[in-house]
Ligand binder design. Sequence first.
Ligand code: SF4
Length: 347
Amino acid sequence: MNNNSNDPRWTDWKWQHSKSCQDWETLERWFKASNAPLPFDATDLHALTSIYRMGITPYYFNLISNFIDADPIYRQIIPHIHELKISDDELDDPIADDNPARGSRPLKALIHRYPNRVLLLPTAQCAVYCRFCFRKRLVGDTSHNPREEDLQAAYKYIESHTDIEEVILTGGDPLTLGDRALEKILQRLDGIKHLRMIRIHSRLPVVNPFRLTDTLGSMLAALSKPVWVSAHFNHSSEITATARQYIQGWVTKGIPFLNQSVLLRGVNDSPAALKDLFMSLIEIKVKPYYLHQTDMVRGTGHLRVSVEEGLLILKQLQGEVPGYALPHYVLDRSNGLGKIPLQNIYI
Ligand code: SF4
């Protein structure tokens, strides 16, 4: 437990957001308060965070039960010296988000990879900075935040492409935006006739579940189009009583939830860990949607599981969980052409 856990503002999502650990002094203080040794010194941390920023909410830090690399929360969020090892086949932009040659990035705030759906990027800020992130080159960098004119251009693009049926808000993390900013974006999208649904991708249900406020949930539920939320739980220990309570609050309002996980070495790379994760998600009415193969992003080799190992784990899971609890195991192609399913062949 760090020193802040008794603070009366603990359940205020904005307080959690503002108290995110982003520097050596805070990290050192939190480790000391937890009677845990730091695995590196200030110089090492500076080397690590100069290439990829750090961000940890007090709530998420408190989910660490053992201050060792084998702890599934610790491993996802505490910088690791292995991030400085970069292999030749690792890339800055492993799924070619920025590759304009393909035409998939017509605008700063919009990616159009599939015919009937687009990604809208309303912010590059996140609540935490996950060590495995495939957009680590840009998340947290304010120069990647869209301006109002970028958003307006994106709305116009969506309006003029009547084959677009779904808009997916991603980033960064859209739920780091305030209620008013989100409402403005969502109401604008809600008014586009040919859109059928809106999706929000967010890690806030995991790292700052207090963001799922009653007010915001009611605003989403009041829109004319369904808003699906895709959370990002990677381990069952992230599904705390608090996360359950706040997700249930939104589910009760009729907001459906999906989940995307990343297959991560030392976090969830066993049939038992994945079974526990998927069953726990179903229990809280969150449908496991995708299990992502870790992208070939720079400095993530220590977290990556091979496709062969991933397929073997999924084979062992077959029959262990109901079919509706099994997500699609997918790989994002490095040429920017989207996902391909990874499947065991049975016949
Ligand atoms: S919250 Fe999502 S976008 Fe942000 S660092 Fe984590 S994985 Fe990347």
